[in-house]
Design a protein. Sequence first.
Length: 416
Amino acid sequence: MAPASLRLAVEHPAAGARVSGERPVLVSGWALPPGSDRPRRDVVLVIDVSDSTSKHFRDVGVPAAADDRDAPDALDVAPVAATSDLPVASVLEAELAAARRLLASLDPRFSRVAVISFSGEPLDERTIPERWRQLHPAADTWTGLTHDWAAVEQALEGVEAAGSHGLTHMAAGLERAVAELVGGPGASAEPDPRAERSILFMTDGVPTLPVPGDRWRNQAELLKQVTRARDYGIRIHSFAVGGEALTGPFTVETMADQTGGTFTPVRDPATLPDKLPVVPLSGLEEVRVENLTSGGPALATNLRPDGTFDALVRLAPGDNRIRVEARASDGSRARHEFSMQRTNGGNDAEEALPEHLLKRRAELLAKAVEDIRESLVRRMEHERAKGDGDAARQRRQLELELERARAFGTPPPADD
């Protein structure tokens, strides 16, 4: 379900821009499906809040993520914050951390996000009044599709405050998500028929409702909703989190397979925040940026799940020809070339970057420094393994190279 063909748009810098100084230049843009002037993505986060999601990792035999303490102190380098730096001790905390990490990777100009939770109680439809069931739904919409990331964060806080309860009514969560995307009953926002629509479905179990104890009926109800999603052209990216979900992942894997999405098994729940933000919502698999004038590839590249991308490129003095190439999962490719100029001053395209691009530039600088640090560490280990007698001289040379890498810029400070 990747786009049949691709186009590329570069937001920054403008063609013919002039840049002064030797600092690497930010190249930022996005991939476009055919016939569109901008990316349009609607994403629904579906979060399992059944009772089991409150269990501590230790209670289910899974170790919580440990801090990265492997970085050698020989280089005296403070490691860049790991992607799993959010404190998570339960499946629900991991789901919420993953949702927040995904949100940070999406561009609110081009994406809308909704938040839904699901659990459910074992209700007997013959004896429980309809009014009671309406007041206690198995799935809740915390926010409809919106570009307002503050509203999404407020929704996630609401899920967190409500906590875990009940059984696992997957069909209800999926039914509610499809309704939000297509404007069905109870939808909170108008549907966008031009948007690429996706559901990110997280669960730590198997469907135990709507009929307690009837495994096949529960699976059938879920697959009925999967078929609805497929018929509407909605992709489901599913995540089976923890040991219980992985003992019977048939339905969770099937919902992805039947809709052209991806299935991700997550044995250690603490790693979920690393896995959710790399889901290819756009179908874009790779972006390469190269300075054709100098023949050098980008120092660092970041491809986001919504199809936006950033890269840091070194410029040679004078005119520079930059090429951006992209490849989608269906094999389609796109290429975009433009020129810019490195000068000794004046009309500097990098001086007036908007706030969102300043943040992305800082992230890439940190990534470039970390990549170089890792490369240097590997080289040091290689030299140690060879038993080179001139290790002190080589170590000093590597440290000097790291100092030059730091000259790219200062990584963003860690949040308090």
